[in-house]
Design a binder for this molecule. Structure first.
Ligand code: HEC
Length: 168
């Protein structure tokens, strides 16, 4: 009888300790919600990912010509470049402060918001090189050396930014 009540008391203490520590862990994890609320922040992240997904899909035919896996097709390449030009402009508004949610919500590194000048420079380089590619393509109209050089510069911009600002 005495033994049972000891056990019961021990279990009670253990339970209370567990409850307390769980509560502590939960409260330690709950950060202040982003400005405008979590839903608005998640929406901003979703929109950013959608823009990049489309940039990826639109750049693919250009990358394939660079790799030599597909032949240059004027209409396809023209369309791809025009799309990347348009999409690259959307990046200006793709990184609002509230969308710095961290992994696993986003692969965008917090450094984007702390090294803002450098990040903006990389974004600007990308936009400039995409416009340069558009111009070169207007006159080259083929997978010439000039076209390839301009396209490779854009590809380098994707990599440079991902290396520094995108989580693996
Ligand atoms: C100025 C920086 C920058 C440039 C330039 C850039 N990216 Fe990204 N990219 C990012 C960041 C940051 C993410 C992570 C976004 C997130 O998870 O919120 C990303 C994510 C992506 C994704 C994943 C999207 C998804 O489904 O979640 C793809 C695909 C992608 N980029 C392709 C490209 C391609 C292709 C280029 C060049 C043509 C490019 N990016 C240029 C910074 C950049």
């Amino acid at each position: 009888m005495r033994e049972i009540s000891m056990r019961a008391r021990c279990a009670g203490i253990l339970g209370a300790t567990l409850l307390l520590s769980t509560g502590f862990i939960l409260s330690a994890n709950s950060q202040t919600p982003p400005a405008g609320g979590l839903n608005a922040a998640r929406q901003a992240v979703d929109e950013r990912k959608a823009v990049y997904k489309l940039i990826g899909a639109s750049f693919k035919p250009i990358g394939n010509v660079l790799k030599g896996s597909t032949q240059y097709d004027a209409a396809t390449i023209q369309k791809s470049i025009d799309r990347v030009v348009f999409l690259s402009g959307l990046l200006d508004e793709a990184f609002p402060e509230n969308s710095n949610l961290g992994d696993p919500e986003t692969k965008a590194k917090a450094d984007i918001w702390t090294n803002h000048a450098d990040f903006e420079k990389k974004e600007k380089n990308f936009q400039t090189h995409v416009l340069a590619l558009q111009k070169v393509n207007e006159t080259e109209k083929g997978a010439t050396e000039a076209f390839k050089t301009a396209a490779a510069a854009v590809g380098q911009d994707c990599k440079a930014c991902h290396d520094d600002y995108r989580l693996k």
